[in-house]
Design a protein around this ligand. Structure first.
Ligand SMILES: *Cc1c(COP(=O)(O)O)cnc(C)c1O
Length: 380
């Protein structure tokens, strides 16, 4: 069976190194297939060491980590939770799992992340109608840091706790500090297309020991301290397996390399497409920050090319190259038709004009050249 088309250039395929299998083998040798095991502890320590977070809890997915994070922040049925509109649906789904309502906030055009002006407007308006938001989920889209200084100041002013969705942003920094450590809770994803992958997996980080313990308790079916199976809280089966954590340990060794390569890919595209005036690059890094450049994203200027992002995508597809639209804003999703939204024009415009280019860290210069050649054929 041909499991993968070798001519195809994928958007962001897994990129394994040489050590992942050693950790997985060790798990087999020691019969640590389940339930937990040393790879889990090791993987958590690796993430703590890299990010500087005091505690990390390895979970089955980033989505699970967001869900538990919202529980730790006290989100309950009927609450409102502020959330970036311009993101993947997994950011907001856990709000709904909790029976709460997402309140969407538009982006600003520099980082493409949550707009501080809109955030303040949203909070003041929600307070005016008597519903102060219970929590704020901040996303660092495509690995680019949000305007954290401004956003965190507003959250602090109104005493609204922040959950940082850094699912796409492992390895990114703001003010010399890794993303994921600015909120009360931070979340990373190790899904198949992320900068590092365990095939499927996530991590919750926090500086509060009681929260880390509570997250672990909830992730493992919320068993009370008793000799028999007793439960007084609803729990979940959200723990990562020791096998997958082994992959994570091998991957964590490679993080700096992977960030370097993704940043090089971004710079390479930018350089090679410099004179194609219809194409511009974004989002922009806030001063003093570093994006991991998880995906290279471009915007098309309709005044300079008649090609739409969808036409460009289809042309690349005809050359066996996978590109994808930017995330469709959540306030435009049928699923969230009744959710309150503040602004929306900025992320609508980005969605209409944008495209994600292949950005996998295993790409060769020939691959990159193929993408650039195909883009030049269609963006005239
Ligand atoms: C991937 C992703 C998630 C969800 O992570 P999973 O591990 O796939 O559950 C959440 N938020 C954003 C922004 C993501 O890109």
């Amino acid at each position: 069976m041909r499991s993968r088309d070798h001519d195809r250039i994928y958007l962001s395929p897994p990129h394994l190194g040489r050590h992942e299998l050693n950790y997985v083998h060790k798990a087999f040798e020691d019969n640590w297939i389940a339930p937990t095991g040393p790879n889990i502890t090791g993987f958590e320590q690796d993430v703590c060491q890299y990010t500087g977070a005091a505690y990390a809890v390895a979970l089955a997915s980033g989505t699970a980590a967001i869900h538990l994070g919202l529980i730790l922040l006290g989100v309950e049925p009927g609450d409102d939770v502020l959330c970036s509109s311009f993101t993947f649906v997994a950011t907001a789904n856990p709000i709904v799992y909790q029976g709460a309502t997402p309140v969407f906030v538009d982006s600003e055009p520099n980082t493409w992340n949550m707009c501080p002006v809109r955030l303040r407007e949203a909070i003041e308006d929600r307070i005016r109608v008597g519903k102060k938001p219970k929590a704020l989920i901040l996303v660092h889209l495509y690995g680019t840091p949000a305007q954290l200084h401004e956003l965190l100041n507003i959250a602090a002013e109104f005493e609204i706790p922040v959950l940082e969705d850094a699912a796409e942003a492992l390895g990114s920094h703001y003010a010399d500090r890794p993303l994921g450590t600015f909120g009360a809770v931070g979340v990373f994803s190790f899904n198949g297309n992320k900068i590092l992958t365990t095939s499927s997996g996530g991590m919750l980080v926090t500086n509060r020991q009681d929260w880390a313990q509570q997250a672990l308790f909830l992730a493992t079916q919320a068993k009370d301290q008793a000799p028999y199976y007793q439960h007084s809280t609803t729990g979940y089966n959200y723990r990562l397996s020791n096998i997958l954590a082994g992959i994570g340990r091998g991957q964590m060794e490679l993080l700096e390399d992977r960030v370097k390569k993704r940043r090089e890919i971004y710079a390479w595209y930018k350089e090679k497409l410099r004179e194609v005036s219809a194409i511009s690059f974004g989002p922009h890094e806030p001063v003093g920050s570093r994006s991991n450049r998880w995906l290279t994203t471009i915007l098309l200027d309709a005044n300079q090319t008649s090609a739409t992002p969808e036409q460009v995508r289809q042309h690349l597809e005809s050359r066996n190259i996978e590109a994808r639209p930017l995330w469709k804003p959540l306030h435009q999703q049928p699923l969230f038709a009744s959710s309150p939204t503040y602004g929306g024009a900025v992320c609508n415009d980005l969605f209409m004009r944008g495209l994600c280019l292949p950005s996998g860290s295993s790409m060769t210069e020939d691959d990159l050249q193929r993408v650039v050649d195909a883009l030049r054929e269609v963006v005239l």
